[in-house]
Design a binder for this molecule. Structure first.
Ligand SMILES: Cc1cc2nc3c(=O)[nH]c(=O)nc-3n(C[C@H](O)[C@H](O)[C@H](O)COP(=O)(O)OP(=O)(O)OC[C@H]3O[C@@H](n4cnc5c(N)ncnc54)[C@H](O)[C@@H]3O)c2cc1C
Length: 373
């Protein structure tokens, strides 16, 4: 099979990329086995800019998503509990984010041409890339978009280097039912254990994420669910009792960045290209920006009759995309250091920082817009 663009992967990034590039008029195939996301406890909070990008691609997430209107950040420390409310109105937006389960995100995306197999080999050459799959087939493409996640085979094949830094922190994520309605309020608490965040979905449900040292997360996970529910409710009781509604999952956290994400007719996007901890909900929002940037670049190249896989075209991707990715990863890395380490100086810094943000409305609005746009 010969195509213009082969997208490797089967996650939300691959699916959106394949849809976006099909809409450009290129022949596209997504290569990856059918993915069962029913047990994935994660939700994705989509920022207003991502919701607009998806709208532009004909995908309306609002049919499945819950709009988040307010965010309360609470931090314990030497001054007791300091908390600050951030509202959509403060940011001049209708909502802070639209939050939905990853399985629902996959459901609202249109079907794309898919070769249902796992990629076993990727061989770039001057004019094309040959992709071998575990069903014995070979696909040849002028351009490969690698959206095959953290352990990307395509990234390795192109010799694209990822700089990765483990954060020495893990996240436990689980879908929960809240005793009282959340009224679209997301709460992020930084306490003596680490962080505990409740991100609302529907009326009484939420995605719960708690971040702490790997040992603490392992010890917490080892308890029966009822015990964990009690411990978590003791840390955050604003919405009453917290009850699990699905399986929990643990994610080791890291920061990762590919300074040169395009080489040898292969471009890495999504988690193949950048890794961020679930703080400030930037992860998949960066994937949406990757896709929109690449889409405009490839549309320009196709209009001019250029080879979409050439280094001349792909060479323009990093300068357009990487300043934003690097800036966001640096900010998330700094926040992760202060937010998830409950030692004395860190607690003082986060309380003083939060109090200062609350006092200066211009600073608050500026920070919110930088995170949301
Ligand atoms: C607890 C938690 C909460 C989060 N919350 C948010 C949030 O609120 N907002 C946000 O924007 N982001 C959030 N994120 C980040 C977001 O979930 C990820 O950015 C997103 O899921 C990455 O999608 P992806 O498609 O790039 O990668 P993946 O979902 O990892 O998909 C890659 C896929 O490629 C497939 N694959 C691998 N190798 C091959 C191969 N050889 N052949 C074919 N297929 C292959 C894999 O099976 C996998 O399914 C969160 C992350 C975590 C851990």
């Amino acid at each position: 099979m010969l195509v213009d663009i082969a997208v490797i992967g089967n996650g939300p990034t691959a699916r959106l990329a394949a849809h976006a590039f099909c809409a450009c008029g290129e022949s596209v195939v997504m290569i990856g086995p059918d993915a069962n996301r029913s047990a994935d406890p994660r939700t994705t909070a989509l920022m207003p800019s991502s919701v607009e990008s998806l709208d532009a691609l004909g995908i309306d997430v609002r049919t499945r998503a819950t709009p988040l209107l307010d965010l309360r950040i609470e931090t314990t420390g030497p001054f007791g509990i300091v908390s600050e409310l951030f509202t959509a109105e403060d940011a001049g937006e209708d909502f802070l984010a639209q939050n939905l389960f990853i399985r629902d995100l996959m459901d609202v995306m249109p079907d794309v041409p898919q070769h249902k197999a796992t990629v076993t080999g990727v061989l770039p050459s001057a004019d094309s890339v040959r992709i071998a799959t575990d069903d014995g087939k070979t696909i040849e493409a002028r351009l490969v978009i690698a959206a095959d996640g953290l352990q990307s085979l395509a990234r390795e094949a192109a010799g694209i280097r990822m700089r990765k830094k483990p954060l020495g922190r893990s996240a436990l994520c689980v879908p929960v039912r809240l005793e009282h309605p959340h009224e679209r309020l997301c709460i992020e608490r930084y306490d003596d254990t680490g962080t505990l965040t409740l991100i609302p979905v529907a009326e009484h449900d939420a995605s719960l994420i708690t971040i702490a040292s790997p040992d603490e997360i392992a010890a917490l996970s080892a308890h029966p669910d009822e015990t964990i529910e009690r411990k978590l409710t003791r840390r955050q009781d604003t919405f009453g009792h917290i009850a699990f509604t699905g399986p929990k999952a643990v994610f080791p956290l890291a920061l990762g960045f590919t300074p040169q994400p395009a080489r040898d007719r292969i471009v890495v996007i999504g988690e193949s290209a950048h890794i961020a901890p679930p703080i400030a909900a930037q992860g998949w929002n960066m994937s949406v920006r990757d896709i929109m940037t690449l889409r405009s670049l490839l549309t320009e190249a196709a209009t001019k009759g250029e080879d979409i896989g050439s280094q001349q075209v792909l060479g323009a991707y990093a300068p357009r995309r990487q300043p934003d990715v690097a800036g966001r990863l640096s900010a998330i890395g700094a926040l992760a250091g202060v937010a998830t380490r409950p030692s004395g100086p860190q607690k003082l810094i986060r309380q003083a920082g939060l109090a200062a943000i609350g006092r200066f409305s211009g600073l608050k609005r500026g920070l919110m817009r930088a995170g949301l746009r």
